[in-house]
Design a protein. Structure first.
Lengths: 274, 347
């Protein structure tokens, strides 16, 4: 018998609990003593310049990488040591640029999210079919279900992989740059879907580059630089003019969205030649 | 993904039908016209030709085609590249080298030592050598195909092709050390000839092939996930390292058995899965068994073709020459198409 029993509710709180974690790729230290917690029902944005360790941190949480020091706990167990199937029932990861070399249909790809709930041959049961239909509906993909994924637009494809993650029925949803390469409407749609998932009780953690989208959509932000956490809190607390200028090395103006009250930061472009 | 049993049944039925047709043709067509009625009534030489020569030969070709197409399908999923197959990846080459070493070592031993050597010389465990050679070369090629810890499909294919050339050189050197009669036998075997094996060899080979391709069939749902990439497969619940090692091992064992039975028959694992994928789609739970069955039919048909095409000349080329003749251009066509698609995707 495996020492890892199938976890179930009530889940530990916080469901994601990273303490003093460290990870290096060879000599390059990507995550250097990070402590990070996330709870069910909250949408956390991970921010920071390139190479800050954001993607490495979510890979540690997903158990795809092991920390060289410190601990990572996902729903109370070590996600790197636990059987993959067990981890996949608790945690779904939506990759930044999903690869698609084989001509699977939208429904095929979403059904792959059910693998961890199925036997060796992946025969779909009623609950699998139900979860897939629910995920397709939630992501507005029903009309595309029979289409080949490699024939879809970038925005549609991203929705397919989001739907696959929902079909997985995880408690923790990790998103690696869910808005990269999308136009504005699709960026907003992606953030709304992530918010909705969090309101539905999931713990959603997203790597984000757009500070304003993050400030508008996330409940809490964590800013990283050089593999360390430099700030943590509500968007208003984290995105101060001094801190953004310091972390990203760009002078900014901070204000407020008159319609929603969300924090807004704008880079001061064009000051050098004026 | 959703597997419909009716589609699986249809694909398997079509595959079995194709095998039936090919085996039928193989039994009926040949330099010597025979009557089935007479053969079943026990009239000679019809009976001997059918049951002693043509049927075993067709079954041998079927087992080899089944193994190579099944292994090819699995290796393509693992490498995420339709150009992968036992021959292009150098797995067949490794098997051939392993088999050659055993064959020549056995010949050498039987010359020097007593009864044990004689037994070894009479029935050298070529299959064992071929399977070991296949497994070792698979791990070598996939190991050298890693760059910075990541498997690069193009690199693995190049390594495989270079490894093939290297193996061909080593085998040529070994051949020069062998006595002339052994060397001729070796050459004919290596060129991919469907010959006449003893029933025992055929049965042992068939069991090994069925076990290994059956293992690949059990892993076919995971192969679907592996086509998405290691990290994604892992995040969907696949133990990537263990699954990959199992696939390596099973595909190598199938290839080793095929090479032991018929030498180097290339491109079956390339052509057949590609065509079958167009027929049944990308789900490996359908694709893998269907490819194996159509691979069996394909090689039986190719063997008939090899036998008949050169009939006026009174000779017959090994079936490996026929599959190479068809498969070489097919490989280039696939390569060009892949490059074009890559270009379009980048644009």
């Amino acid at each position: 018998m495996s020492p890892h029993r199938l976890p179930g509710p009530p889940w530990p709180d916080p469901i994601v609990d990273v303490r003093e974690a460290r990870h290096a790729y060879g000599a390059r230290v990507a995550v250097d003593g990070v402590s990070f917690r996330a709870r069910e029902g909250e949408f956390v944005g991970l921010l920071g310049p390139n190479g800050a360790g954001k993607s490495t941190l979510i890979r540690l949480v997903a158990g795809l990488l092991a920390p060289s020091a410190g601990t990572v706990r996902l729903a109370g167990f070590d996600p790197h040591a636990a059987p993959r199937k067990l981890v996949a029932r608790v945690c779904a990861l939506v990759p930044q640029e999903p690869r698609l070399d084989w001509p699977f249909t939208v429904r095929d790809v979403v059904m792959m999210g059910r693998s961890a709930h199925q036997g060796l041959l992946g025969i779909a049961g009623l609950d699998d079919l139900g979860a897939v239909e629910g995920a397709l509906a939630a992501c507005d993909l029903r009309h595309l279900a029979g289409r080949r994924v490699d024939a879809l637009s970038g925005g549609e494809r991203r929705r397919v992989f989001f739907a696959r993650a929902l079909a997985q029925e995880p408690r923790v949803l990790l998103l690696d740059e869910p808005t990269a390469f999308l136009d504005l409407a699709h960026q907003v749609a992606a953030m709304e879907m992530a918010r909705l998932a969090a309101r539905g009780g999931l713990c959603v953690v997203a790597v984000l580059h757009d500070l304003n989208l993050a400030a508008a959509a996330c409940d809490r932000l964590v800013a990283l630089r050089g593999g360390k956490v430099v700030a943590e809190g509500t968007p208003r607390e984290v995105l101060t003019e001094e801190r953004v200028s310091d972390v990203w090395g760009v002078p900014v103006w901070r204000g407020e969205n008159g319609a929603t009250g969300a924090t807004v930061v704008l880079p001061n472009v064009g000051t050098r030649d004026r | 993904m959703d597997l419909r049993p009716s589609r699986l049944a249809l694909a398997l039925a079509l595959g079995l039908l194709a095998i039936g047709l090919a085996v039928g043709a193989s039994c009926l067509l040949g330099p010597q016209p025979i009557s089935l009625q007479a053969a079943f009534d026990g009239v000679e030489p019809d009976r001997a030709i059918l049951f002693g020569l043509r049927l075993p030969r067709a079954l041998l070709a079927a087992v080899v085609g089944f193994a190579l197409a099944g292994a090819g399908t699995a290796l393509q999923a693992l490498l995420r590249n339709p150009l992968a197959e036992p021959f292009t990846l150098g797995v067949s080459g490794g098997a051939a080298l392993g088999g050659t070493i055993v064959l020549l070592a056995a010949a050498g031993l039987s010359a020097v030592s007593g009864p044990a050597g004689a037994l070894l010389g009479a029935a050298p465990p070529v299959a064992a050598g071929a399977v070991i050679g296949a497994v070792l070369s698979t791990f070598l090629v996939f190991g050298l195909g890693r760059i910075g810890g990541r498997l690069v499909p193009e690199a693995a294919l190049l390594v495989g092709i270079v490894f093939n050339a290297f193996v061909a050189g080593v085998i040529t050197l070994l051949k020069m050390l062998a006595p002339p009669d052994q060397a001729a036998r070796l050459l004919y075997w290596l060129m991919g000839a469907i010959g006449y094996e003893s029933p025992t060899t055929l049965v042992v080979g068939a069991v090994l092939v069925l076990l290994s391709v059956g293992t690949l069939g059990l892993l076919s749902a995971r192969l679907n996930l592996l086509t998405l990439g290691d990290e994604e497969a892992a995040s969907l619940g696949v133990d990537v390292r263990r699954t990959r090692a199992l696939v390596f091992f099973a595909a190598s064992a199938a290839t080793g058995a095929a090479v032991a039975l018929a030498g180097m028959v290339g491109f079956v694992g390339l052509i057949v899965p590609h065509l079958v994928r167009r027929l049944v789609g990308p789900d490996h739970r359908l694709l893998l068994p269907a490819s194996a069955l159509f691979g069996a039919a394909f090689l039986v048909a190719a063997d008939v073709l090899a036998r008949l095409a050169f009939l006026p000349l009174g000779t017959e080329p090994p079936v490996g020459a026929v599959t190479a003749f068809l498969g070489g251009p097919f490989f280039l066509w696939l390569l060009r198409r892949q490059a074009r698609e890559h270009d379009e995707a980048a644009a």
